[in-house]
Design a protein around this ligand. Sequence first.
Ligand code: SF4
Length: 263
Amino acid sequence: MARLSQADLATLNRTFDDRSPQELLQWAREIFGDRVAAMSSMQEAGNVICHMLSHIPVRMPVVFVDTGVLFQETLETRDRLMREYGLTIHTYKPALTMEEQTEKYGILYLSAEGQKQCCEMRKSEPLDAIRGQYDALIGSLRRADGGRRGVCPILAVDTRLNCLRINVLANFSNEQMDDYIAQNQVILNPLHKQGFSTIGCNRCTTPVLPGEPKRAGRWRHLGPWSVYCGINPTDMDPERAPAVDLPQDLIDRILGRSTDFMI
Ligand code: SF4
């Protein structure tokens, strides 16, 4: 194994700024083969990626976390994507049901500290099951969403899952999203039409009023200090200098280095 740091990816990230999401998906499949999957929480951007995957000659599974307290519409959207786009979607769940968790720890999501613990148990820990299974995960973060995501790189190392996150939509503007969805009639979570600009657990997500920030409906009861769950590495401390451990030949392929064979 060899180390691949976020700094090692700087040049590639600059080069990739000119590539389309579909080209990035193709690159990911070429480099990582069967060891790449897409992640989706059944929101707009994830569904756009699911549509792309079903309409270009790139096949890969989709990873989805069912926290056990999602909206029924979200689960139905997942089922539609499997049925109508022919995708393989693997669903991962927390160890405890929400009832078991509440019995053990109380209602965590009502406080800022408890929310972190709850998101850790219900969103992040279920994903630990795929550690070692994939070297890359396709993410749907977009710079146009602003906040900490305003500077998210296309390629980001994920130290927890020891893999690369590839945010293929990082450069996709709001106009490009709207055009792509309209032109391709992308299957969307029906909650978007009911005022939910982003969609998470039913305990912590509300619709957003006209003029409110896009993420105003997330953890509204906690105030503006808690607006990310931490499941995406670029939602966390930007000052870290993270790195992951991958096979040297894979790192060479990622960075486009030719390999010299000595006989
Ligand atoms: S969004 Fe709310 S209910 Fe869902 S995992 Fe996080 S704190 Fe728990």
